[in-house]
Design a protein around this ligand. Structure first.
Ligand code: DX5
Ligand code: ZN
Length: 226
């Protein structure tokens, strides 16, 4: 099956003093979603942003907000992010002892439900909830920071999950996050990803957001159909 490839720039790499402008630039450059990295200083060392920023972003873009929760006890915060306007809320299986309940909580809040797993976490941890989820995110770096190199073993994981989704007839998006740039985007798509998160490849000092988006899209097209 051919899946159109969407790109979700991650604002983690953006200039937070000009966040609205950066998000508008990404939208103008053809971004499909805006990826919002939420870190709590516990599950991962850095602290980033909360629902207030999601609410502010909601007002400056019509793009869906793809909220990636890298926080412990996400069930305590899901309703606030949903109310703030998150389109998709993704939780880490490592933080959810009651993953099935948490997935339903996200949906009851009115958001699409996403699940993700760290590079060292087995795909089996999410098999049971796959029929319920709208999005699966494969972390291709250890979460916490932008600008890290893509972990090659992520490609096998993408293939495995694409196979699991196809087997059950799921239309869930298969997202990949970490180290996505010109060289890794094509292989990730070939392995089954249809939603690419890109932070430092889109927001950087070397080029405009528009030029960066064009470069990434061109690399995917050159790599050919999945
Ligand atoms: C990492 C975050 C990513 C990050 C990706 O923990 O989840 O979304 O922004 O950054 P790049 O694309 O620079 O690897
Ligand atoms: Zn992320």
């Amino acid at each position: 099956m051919i899946h159109p490839v969407r790109i979700a720039p991650s604002i983690l790499a953006a200039d937070f003093a000009h966040l609205g402008d950066q998000v508008r630039a990404a939208e103008a450059a053809g971004a499909d979603m805006i990826h919002v990295d939420v870190m709590d200083g516990r599950f991962v060392p850095p602290i980033t942003i909360g629902p207030l920023v999601v609410e502010s972003l909601r007002a400056v873009t019509s793009l869906p907000l793809d909220v990636h929760l890298m926080i412990i006890e996400p069930e305590r915060q899901i309703d606030a992010f949903a109310a703030a306007g998150a389109h998709t809320i993704t939780v880490h299986v490592e933080t959810c002892p009651h993953l099935d309940r948490t997935v339903h909580q996200i949906k009851q809040g009115g958001a699409r439900a996403g699940v993700t797993l760290n590079p060292a976490t087995s795909v089996e941890t999410l098999r049971a909830v796959l029929p319920e989820v709208d999005q699966v995110l494969v972390m291709s770096v250890n979460p916490g920071w932008g600008g890290q190199p893509f972990i090659p073993a992520s490609l096998e994981k993408l293939k495995a999950i694409r196979g699991m989704l196809d087997t059950i007839g799921s239309q869930a998006a298969l997202e990949v996050d970490g180290g996505i740039q010109e060289k890794t985007a094509g292989p990730a798509v070939a392995a089954g990803a249809d939603l690419l998160v890109a932070g430092s490849a889109i927001f950087n000092d070397r080029e405009s957001v528009a030029a960066a988006m064009t470069r990434l899209r061109t690399s995917i097209e050159r790599a050919g159909p999945a």
